[in-house]
Design a protein around this ligand. Structure first.
Ligand SMILES: C[S@@+](CC[C@H](N)C(=O)[O-])C[C@H]1O[C@@H](n2cnc3c(N)ncnc32)[C@H](O)[C@@H]1O
Length: 202
């Protein structure tokens, strides 16, 4: 059996169905609470836990230079097929280590961690934040969404708060630009979101 990266449990099995669900949504709608805080294209973007690349492809089409990181092979390959014409650099890598991304030795104007952070336990979140923060260029931003509510069958997910996350970001010298609620784009009962945007000072 394939050894799966922790956090990705349940995704491979459902990849086909998830691809349909993810691609039905529009990037502008999903990111609407924080879209006004995105840097303008051709800013560089790192989308960590990119799923099937819906957001990566939409941003690439608008002129952003996008690297999409996705550890679940089935989702990554679906994304590469579905967005074959999109100018996206795909990487097989994952949190908390992000070894391959860190090996690129690049900084990004926008780092997206949307609907991913709650897949890490407390210890992994603490370990991961310095690496994530080190990938943000001076003046660049980190956009995160935290899912709250019931855990889907077969998934690995933990309760995570805005308070803990802003404290971890603060320890890395990031300032908080936005901390607010968001609706569930899929309208699922009991599911709510927190949107956070951090900035690395110039
Ligand atoms: C709910 S999906 C979100 C996909 C996309 N970011 C979006 O907003 O639609 C969560 C994604 O996180 C990925 N993931 C799970 N554990 C991860 C980890 N340890 N590191 C990076 N990505 C992970 C999953 O494979 C999946 O693609």
């Amino acid at each position: 059996m394939t050894q799966r990266l922790s956090g990705t449990e349940g995704y491979a099995e459902e990849a086909q169905e998830l691809a349909v669900r993810y691609e039905r949504m529009r990037q502008e709608d999903v990111h609407s609470p924080v879209l006004h805080l995105f840097p303008a294209p051709p800013a560089s973007v790192l989308d960590i836990g990119a799923g099937t690349g819906r957001d990566a492809a939409a941003l690439a089409a608008r002129g952003y230079r996008v690297v999409a990181v996705e550890p679940t092979r089935e989702l990554r390959e679906a994304g590469q097929r579905l967005h074959a014409n999109a100018k996206i650099k795909w990487l097989d890598d994952g949190l908390p280590e992000l070894d391959r991304v860190l090996d690129l030795d690049r900084r990004f104007d926008l780092v997206l961690l949307t609907a991913v952070w709650m897949h890490l336990d407390k210890e992994q979140r603490r370990y991961a934040m310095p690496g994530v923060a080190s990938l943000i260029a001076p003046g660049g931003r980190l956009v995160m969404s935290l899912r709250h509510g019931p855990v889907p069958e077969g998934r690995r997910m933990f309760p995570v708060t805005a308070g803990e996350t802003t404290a971890l970001a603060d320890e890395q010298g990031l300032s908080t630009l936005h901390n607010g609620p968001g609706d569930d784009a899929q309208g699922r009962a009991g599911v709510t979101w927190t949107w956070l945007v951090f900035e690395r000072p110039r």
